[in-house]
Design a protein. Structure first.
Length: 360
């Protein structure tokens, strides 16, 4: 059973200068200086925040459907950021020169407070206690202790990033590779617009953005991005893997004979080929979101629970569908780059098989 849902041609780069795809989709663009005055009321606040928002850029440049979807924040911060974003405008996306609505844009708003230290009172003591558990072989208990710190004892963006970075090798010891990958992503959240660069694009144009966009220092981030690439590639989350490699190139030098560089080039060629592949998926917090690089998707090997629904958020189209076992989703080229979110029972494991449409 096939369902035409969404498109993937060349994946769009948000705020790119060049139009792409046969339909000549020009993504939204920043209004010069338009976000510099973005502010929230920080009176009485004693903790920082990093809020990743998604939104739709309407044809008139206004923002709608603004949601806080990830990061380090509480509900009050999320509401303040959403309220502030509603007052902003962007230059709208265009198709063949005509303004259109553009879904799935992402931006990280990082809130830093001058009075908040990089690490607060008791942070070092709690972390050392957790690290001692891991060193003593009580790895699961150490992971729980750090997870509790993230949930209840973090006040700065640095602490949040540091603890997620610390969880990466611990999750690796526990065989929790999906959680380790997510920890690398949270540890390397970047200020501003999130890159949606096509994996098929040449690595030659990977460039560093002005300023340092990460919470962790320059000597730490390259190692995390290497871990992110290796983990994503092992799970066959190819868009995430190649995005991690592009970020790595932007923040450090990578020799041509570096094993990561060799693997990245091999992976890129595989993405550009007709070869199918299957991404390993795990439902966490009720969902799993994925950016495919193929146009035909099918779910296989569902274990440990049930899948319930599928949400497609494509650049030019959004759609919800009930999950149906054995269904095959055909992503239509006219709708642009897509993110696919599967919702289901916590802990459900499955695979997403990606392939190219058969020749007509």
């Amino acid at each position: 059973m096939k369902f035409p849902l969404a498109s993937v041609c060349v994946a769009l780069t948000l705020f790119s200068a060049a139009p792409i795809c046969a339909a000549q989709i020009q993504p939204p663009a920043m209004v010069p200086g338009g976000w510099k005055q973005f502010s929230v009321d920080m009176r009485g606040r004693d903790r920082e925040a990093s809020v990743l928002i998604t939104f739709t850029v309407k044809a008139d440049g206004s923002l709608e459907d603004i949601n806080a979807v990830d990061g380090f924040y509480n509900e009050a911060y999320a509401l303040m950021v959403i309220r502030g974003a509603k007052s902003k405008k962007l230059l709208p996306a265009k198709v063949d020169g005509v303004p259109v609505d553009f879904h799935g844009a992402q931006m990280l708003i990082r809130i830093s407070l001058p009075g908040v230290a990089a690490t607060g009172p008791g942070f070092g003591q709690r972390y050392q206690a957790a690290a001692a558990l891991v060193k003593a072989g009580q790895v699961q208990d150490g992971a729980r202790a750090i997870e509790d710190m993230i949930a209840n004892h973090v006040s700065s963006n640095y602490e949040f990033a540091f603890l997620n970075a610390a969880l990466v090798p611990i999750y690796g010891q526990l065989g929790r590779n999906h959680d380790a990958l997510r920890a690398t992503l949270l540890a390397t959240l970047r200020d501003g617009v999130q890159d949606m660069q096509s994996p098929a694009t040449s690595f030659d144009d990977a460039k560093a953005s002005p300023g340092w966009r990460y919470s962790l220092p320059r000597e730490v981030v390259p190692t995390l991005l290497r871990q992110q690439f290796v983990l994503a590639a092992a799970l066959q989350d190819n868009h995430t893997a190649l995005s991690a490699y592009r970020q790595l190139l932007a923040v450090s030098k990578v020799a041509d004979d570096d094993p990561v560089a060799i693997r990245a080039r091999t992976l890129q060629q595989r993405v550009l080929s007709l070869e199918p592949f299957s991404a390993s998926a795990l439902i966490r917090d009720g969902k799993w979101t994925y950016r495919p690089v193929r146009r035909v998707l099918a779910v296989t090997d569902v274990q440990g629970g049930m899948l319930k629904s599928v949400h497609l958020q494509c650049s030019l189209h959004e759609q919800d569908a009930a999950y149906s076992a054995g269904a095959e989703w055909v992503l239509q080229p006219a709708w642009g780059d897509c993110a696919v979110t599967f919702k289901g029972d916590e802990g459900t494991r499955f695979a997403v098989r990606e392939s190219v449409p058969p020749s007509p």
